[in-house]
Design a protein around this ligand. Structure first.
Ligand SMILES: Cc1ncc(C[n+]2csc(CCOP(=O)(O)OP(=O)(O)O)c2C)c(N)n1
Ligand SMILES: [Mg+2]
Length: 796
């Protein structure tokens, strides 16, 4: 690096710090005074990463690299993009406001090319690891062409390292032969609440080395290193090395005079040290003592430049939280905001004239043309758009399958994938499956037997070569299409986020399918939410589910997941009862996850189907009798839209039973039992409470906004049921999932489902115990649809 480059980078470093601080100040003190928008901190957290990010974006990063920025360094990220001409001043002015630059970097909501969203700490870190795996997968399958390999970089807060998912991902990275991944830990020794424990860096270093990472410790900057080389320097170094984090932070906050007093108290007898610090003014002494590597451009650039291998690398970079700002080092500085008076002093130091706060080159000791020419030349700015678009890959319009008389949806799912694995096609070659140690027990076995497991290096199945009979071939190769994961469900969801963004981040479309036991959706829920927030595209199968998994035991039952399916944005949830429905839904899913239109909601369903999203299938291991029927276009459409009449209610209908999923036999049986005593009973098959609800909500809103004819699918269906009839809903899940159906057309409603769980037993035992069997459905109908006693209702 030339002196001129260093000079320009130093200017940029100051500028980035200024802009970030001003954005926050503007949002809080200026705009906040007008619109009452009081914001939290971020100034201190941002300042601690300013120099590291300056060195990366303006010098080290190449166009193919991708970065997850620590959530609270969002202002620094936006300031850098602004200087690069990739962010508008209006968005900076509206930082944290409506449609302004986001508080935490967001792929979907920010306009300045965020690579990975962050916010829920720990997830973005792991995402870089799985993005690197995605990159390797794409190359190994020969999809990526000759696109250069990028490094997947995470800027990690030291307190983020407390999140278990970070360690879970490291273990997985080790198993998968992780490459091209850099994690830079912002070791400011402060979390949100306090100063962290002593010596954590050594724990981290040992851990990373154990997992095969290169570890680079960046402790002191060039000023301190130069001082250490002078007489008295060694004593100074050992004093800092043994200085507790709390004391160091306190002295940083107190400044030069406090440093001098403390050093004189401790090292006063050492005349060389006293001479060394005696030469310095208080300000210069404070500058020296806080010259940690994370704030020293030459040290950082040298360290990053030395990495000449593709092994995963962890940099532990010592920093000061709030560096360069008045509350630097103070343990309470997380939400710290500079006062107007402090800002005025800072402005002066930065040479910013009032009214010119947002000017890109204001206050710099360099000519605007020179800086612009430099910015135009930096490696990061040389590539084209950072977001790719991958062409749509035509999925089969129909998935064919020989349906047996009795089948479970989980069996059907395995069989459908088996069919897809049978023949190579441009489509099926892009499917990639993953499962956290439940590949077999979620029925992915036949698919894996056909397509094999993915690994950098081929590895044979010894059981096979030893001719030991086994139903599963466990053979790894770079062409394999299944990724074996350890049990950690968070890893599954972060993997789905990474593979599900392959079209946008790596320019290659993949169809990721993840399977897990349904209750463990909750184990990975934040990561699932994170994947959806980034608009990753994948298919998730939760199976088995509910209390229907019966003897598997109470600990494995899932009650709340249908509500998760209903509420999770970006995820269309289906719970088919029959395998022919599942085949329709899966074919739709392969299309839906590729959509990225912007259009208006459909006039037919009021669903925002053009935008697409991910798909969640809640499946079951319970074999049930399959209907013998032809798949008509109308039935197909109903399944996709979320419901269809299994038995249309007659004009004098007194009761409608609406069911979801594997309790179909109970619902069908209940309708039969009531037939003699209630007229024209209707049976509504609900394949997606989520899509029905979304359409209904959107159509209601459309009417309120002046489109009186807007009608959703469920409104049209329930128009067939007379207002006087009663509605009984039932599913193996929380009853609230379908309870809202009563509000659609004002039907009296009783909702059956599972609110308490934990009991082991057979399916009949449990359905009776929790009140979702045929008898319970009939009893509910009798209670809310008065009439003569229903003869077949057994005394409960
Ligand atoms: C999962 C999650 N839990 C809690 C928070 C709230 N939170 C935001 S930042 C933070 C800690 C910040 O410490 P660190 O990562 O060291 O960053 P620093 O502020 O020191 O730069 C916490 C607890 C969060 N964003 N995400
Ligand atoms: Mg910290």
């Amino acid at each position: 690096m030339t002196d001129e480059t260093l000079r320009l980078l130093k200017e940029l470093d100051r500028k980035v710090l200024w802009l970030a601080a001003w954005m926050i100040h503007n949002a809080n003190h200026l705009r906040g005074n007008v619109d009452g928008l009081k914001v939290g901190g971020h100034q201190a957290s941002s300042a601690s990463l300013a120099t590291i990010m300056t060195s990366l974006y303006f010098h080290v990063l190449r166009p193919e690299d991708r970065v997850a920025v620590k959530p609270h360094a969002s202002p620094i990220f936006h300031a850098i993009q602004y200087l690069l001409g990739r962010q508008t001043v209006d968005k900076l002015r509206d930082y944290r406001g409506y449609k302004g630059a986001q508080s935490y970097p967001s792929r979907t909501k920010d306009a300045d090319d965020v690579d990975f969203s962050t916010g829920s700490v720990g997830l973005g870190v792991a995402q870089t690891l799985f993005a690197s795996l995605t990159q390797d997968y794409i190359r190994a399958h020969g999809f990526g062409g000759d696109r250069p390999e990028g490094r997947m970089v995470a800027l990690v807060g030291d307190a983020e390292m407390d999140e278990g998912n970070v360690f879970e991902s490291m273990l997985e990275g080790w198993k998968q032969g992780l490459r091209n991944c850099w994690w830079i830990i912002d070791y400011n020794r402060q979390s949100l609440d306090a100063v962290i424990r002593e010596g954590l860096w050594a724990r981290y270093a040992a851990l990373f080395r154990d997992f095969g990472w290169d570890v680079v410790i960046l402790k002191y900057g060039s000023l301190l290193e130069a001082a250490f080389a002078r007489p008295g320097g060694e004593a100074l170094r050992s004093w800092i090395d043994s200085c507790p984090n709390q004391l160091y932070s306190a002295l940083v906050f107190q400044g030069g005079a406090a440093w001098r007093k403390r050093l004189t108290d401790d090292l006063g007898a050492d005349s060389a040290v006293m001479r060394l610090i005696g030469e310095l003014s208080d300000d210069a002494l404070a500058q020296l003592m806080t010259n940690l590597a994370g704030h020293d451009l030459p040290t950082l650039i040298d360290a990053f430049g030395r990495i000449d291998h593709d092994r995963p690398t962890c940099f532990i970079a010592y920093t000061v939280k709030g560096y360069g700002l008045p509350f630097a080092g103070h343990k309470d500085n997380h939400a710290g905001l500079m006062t107007t008076a402090q800002m005025a002093t800072f402005r002066q130091a930065m040479k910013i004239r009032p009214g010119h706060e947002w000017d890109r080159f204001e206050g710099l000791n360099v000519r605007a043309e020179d800086l612009q020419a430099f910015l135009d030349r930096i490696p990061f700015a040389q590539g084209g758009p950072r977001r790719y678009r991958a062409a749509r890959i035509e999925p089969p319009s129909e998935l064919k399958l020989a349906i047996q008389p009795d089948m479970s949806t989980q069996q059907g799912f395995g069989a459908l994938l088996n069919e897809l694995g049978r023949e190579a096609s441009a489509f099926s070659d892009r499917i990639v499956t993953a499962s956290p140690d439940v590949t077999m027990s979620t029925n992915l076995g036949p698919w894996v037997n056909r397509r094999g497991l993915f690994a950098h290096e081929a590895m044979a199945d010894t059981f096979k070569s030893e001719r030991i009979p086994s139903t599963l071939t466990w053979e790894f190769s770079p062409r394999g299409q299944h990724i074996e994961l350890g049990i950690a469900e968070m890893n599954l969801f972060i993997l789905l986020a990474a593979f599900g963004l392959a079209h946008s981040i790596h320019g290659e479309r993949l169809f990721p399918i993840g399977t897990l036991y349904d209750p463990f959706v909750e184990r990975g829920l934040d990561a699932l939410n994170y994947a959806c927030y980034q608009d990753a595209r994948f298919i998730l199968a939760g199976t088995p589910s509910g209390i229907t998994l019966s003897p598997e035991g109470g600990a494995h039952q899932s009650i709340a997941t249908p509500l998760i399916g209903l509420a999770q944005d970006g995820l269309a949830a289906f719970e088919p009862a029959f395998v022919d429905e599942l085949a329709v839904v899966l074919a739709f899913a392969f299309d839906y996850i590729q959509r990225d239109g912007e259009g208006e909601p459909s006039e037919r369903t009021w669903l925002r189907d053009e935008t697409g999203g991910s798909i969640y299938l809640r499946l079951s291991t319970r074999p049930i009798e399959q209907p013998q029927r032809a798949m008509t276009p109308e039935l197909r459409q109903g399944i996709i839209d979320g419901a269809y009449w299994m038995r249309r209610p007659g004009p004098n209908c007194q009761v409608v039973v609406a069911y979801t999923g594997t309790v179909a036999p109970e619902a069908i049986q209940a309708v039969g039992l009531m037939a003699e005593d209630r007229r024209d009973v209707g049976l509504l098959a609900v394949t997606s409470a989520d899509r029905l609800n979304a359409g209904w909500t959107a159509a209601s809103r459309a009417r309120e906004r002046g489109l009186p004819h807007a009608r959703s699918h469920i409104e049209r269906l329930l128009a067939d049921a007379p207002p006087s009839c009663a509605l009984v809903t039932v599913l193996d899940g929380h009853p609230a999932t379908l309870a809202w159906l009563g509000a659609v057309a004002g039907h009296r409603t009783r909702s059956l489902g599972v609110e308490h769980f934990g009991q082991t037993g057979s399916i009949p035992d449990l359905y009776r115990h929790y009140g979702i069997d045929a008898n319970a459905i009939v009893a509910a109908a009798q209670a809310i649809a008065p009439g003569r006693p229903i003869r077949h209702l057994k005394a409960l």
